[in-house]
Design a protein around this ligand. Structure first.
Ligand SMILES: [Zn+2]
Length: 293
C-alpha cells in the first residue's frame, strides 16, 4: 500500500473516531443550511450571522466593525453575507468577540491574515487562550485548521472604545466564559437615536455540573459569578437588544417583521431586562436541580 493511501486511511479513521466522540460535531457540518440572507436592523447595524450564531456588522463611517465572526468553518458564509449586505469584507477593520468559544471566533484568523483586521477579546478569555486553551472548545470543531490566536486588544471592564462614529461602553460579564463582554452604544437612524445593548454569552452548557466538575470548579462558583454579571448590567437602558445567539432576542422572528414592513421590529425597551431576568430564573432553577448539584 502506498504511503499516500496509508495517510488517507489514517486521516479517515481519525475523522470517524472524532465523529464518534464529539457531541459538538453536528454544529460543524452542513453549515450552509444555516445561511441567513443579511438584513438591515436599524441605523448603521446589520445582521450577517446565520440562523444559530449572531454576527452583527456596524458601519462606523471609518471602516466596518463586526461583533463576533461566526462559527469555525463558516467564514465563507460570513464573507458572502457581508458582500450580500452591500459591503466589502476587506473593509472590516475590527472584530469584537463576545467571548472566546469556537462558534463566535471562527473568522478571526482569516480576517486578520487577509485584511489586517484587529481582533478584540475579553482579557480573561485571552488569558485562557494561553493558559487553558481547552476552554475555547476549539478542538471540538474537528478541523485541524481552526486555531487560537493572541488578540490585538484585550477588553477590560469599563473600557470605553471608539470605532469610527461609534463609541462602545464595555463591561466584563463572566459566567458563560470568564471573559464574556457586554457592550452598549448609541445607534442613530435619521433623527432617532436608540441605545443598543449586547450580552456576550448566555449558554448554560458551561454551567452544568459535569462541565464545572471537569474543569475544577467543584463548588460551582461559576454560577454565582454568572448571576452577579446579570445583575451588574440588568438595569442598563437598552432599546435595541442584539442577540449573541438568535434565540436570545428572536432574531429571525423580528427579521420577518422587518421584512413585513415593521421598521421598529428590533426596537423594544423591555426585551433586554426580560431576557436577563429569564436567564436568572432559569439558572436559579438549574441550581435547585438535584441532578446538577
Ligand atoms: Zn459560548
Amino acid at each position: 500500500m502506498s504511503e499516500l493511501r496509508k495517510e488517507y486511511d489514517h486521516v479517515q479513521d481519525e475523522k470517524a473516531r472524532w465523529m464518534g466522540i464529539s457531541l459538538a460535531r453536528k454544529y460543524f457540518v452542513n453549515q450552509e443550511k444555516r445561511y441567513v440572507h443579511p438584513f438591515h436592523i436599524f441605523g448603521n447595524v446589520w445582521y450577517v450571522g446565520d440562523n444559530w450564531v449572531c454576527v452583527h456588522l456596524i458601519d462606523t463611517g471609518d471602516g466596518l466593525l463586526l461583533i463576533d465572526c461566526g462559527n469555525c468553518g463558516a467564514t465563507a458564509m460570513l464573507v458572502q453575507a457581508i458582500w450580500e449586505a452591500g459591503f466589502n469584507p476587506k473593509d472590516v477593520k475590527w472584530i469584537v468577540l463576545s467571548h472566546g468559544h469556537m462558534d463566535h471566533m471562527g473568522g478571526a484568523n482569516f480576517f486578520r491574515r487577509m485584511f489586517g483586521t484587529r481582533i478584540y477579546l475579553g482579557e480573561p478569555d485571552s488569558r485562557d487562550y494561553r493558559e487553558r486553551p481547552e476552554l475555547s472548545l476549539v478542538h471540538q470543531t474537528g478541523n485541524l485548521a481552526d486555531e487560537l490566536f493572541e488578540p490585538d486588544y484585550e477588553i477590560k471592564d469599563g473600557d470605553k472604545l471608539r470605532f469610527g462614529n461609534t463609541e462602545i461602553q464595555f463591561y466584563l460579564v463572566p459566567g458563560h466564559t470568564a471573559g464574556c463582554i457586554a457592550a452598549f452604544f448609541d445607534v442613530k437612524d435619521g433623527d432617532r437615536t436608540v441605545r443598543a445593548g449586547y450580552y456576550g454569552g448566555f449558554g448554560f452548557n458551561t454551567l452544568k455540573k459535569s462541565f464545572l466538575d471537569d474543569i475544577g470548579d467543584t463548588e460551582h462558583k461559576t454560577r454565582e459569578i454568572y448571576l452577579n454579571s446579570l445583575k451588574k448590567v440588568r438595569n442598563q437602558h437598552v432599546d435595541l437588544f442584539l442577540g449573541n445567539h438568535c434565540t436570545n432576542n428572536d432574531t429571525l422572528g423580528r427579521a420577518e417583521r422587518l421584512k413585513a414592513g415593521d421598521r421598529d421590529a428590533f426596537i423594544d425597551d423591555r426585551a433586554w431586562g426580560d431576557y436577563l431576568d429569564r436567564k436568572r430564573d432559569e439558572l436559579l432553577a438549574l441550581m435547585q436541580d438535584p441532578e446538577q448539584n
